[in-house]
Design a protein around this ligand. Structure first.
Ligand code: SF4
Ligand code: SF4
Length: 214
């Protein structure tokens, strides 16, 4: 079993639903995006094409982030998902430098989305219940002064659900499944629609595949 993604670049129209649903699912602090949708342009006027490129942690089979970690906080599970143990991570950021896909974030301290919280009394606002829940959950799952990244929504996957971004994509551009079973939708799409990995020359063997744009 090896979990993986297929992202169809023909279908993606760059709506950012994956990025937003990831923030809602994982309650990430400001500036932290475990799933992102990048935008670029190819060609020359008047035949310019605008292209979206959704990215996330590639759950590499041979990840650079794991090799450089001095405390062995990063591991690759049997199902291929790459995890970070918050109790072992010392926030040295070696993995952030080593990851060729820019998939990791350092979170020194959980931060409010509402800067007025930082104002002096009497303008200081009380933390609302949702914010308090978000902070508590983030610290429980990731700690503070540690590194975070996408883990394919591991808690959802263990309940038999898709990662949140797969279900949120209105274009049905994202597929999730077992790459090692030739009968799964992901395996069939990779085989029949010229699926490719992003920058295979990095040599990490990503579990995220893309189908070519038009
Ligand atoms: S939700 Fe789907 S269509 Fe929207 S940006 Fe993400 S992959 Fe593209
Ligand atoms: S994309 Fe980066 S963080 Fe994710 S497994 Fe690969 S090397 Fe590690």
């Amino acid at each position: 079993m090896r979990y993986g993604f297929v992202i169809d670049l023909k279908r993606c129209y760059g709506c950012y639903s994956c990025q937003v649903s990831c923030k809602a699912e994982n309650l990430t602090p400001p500036g932290v995006f475990l799933a992102r949708c990048l935008k670029g342009e190819t060609g020359k006027y008047p035949t310019v094409v605008r292209q979206s490129l959704p990215v996330l942690c590639m759950q590499c089979k041979d990840p650079e982030c794991k090799k450089v970690c001095p405390t062995k906080a990063t591991t690759v599970r049997e199902d291929g998902i790459v995890t970070i143990d918050k109790n072992l991570c010392i926030g040295c950021k070696y993995c952030i430098v080593a990851c060729p896909y820019g998939a990791r974030y350092f979170v020194p301290k959980w931060k409010s989305y509402f800067p007025d919280k930082e104002l002096p009394n009497p303008l200081k606002r009380e933390e609302n219940p949702f914010e308090a829940y978000s902070r508590k959950r983030w610290i429980e799952e990731h700690g503070e002064g540690t590194v975070a990244k996408c883990d394919f929504c591991i808690e959802r996957v263990e309940k038999g659900l898709n990662p949140a971004c797969v279900d949120a994509c209105p274009a049905k551009a994202r597929y999730f499944g077992n790459l090692e079973d030739p009968e799964t939708e992901v395996s069939i799409l990779i085989k029949t629609e010229r699926g490719f990995q992003l920058n295979p020359e990095f040599g990490t063997d990503p579990a995220v595949y893309y189908l070519p744009p038009r």
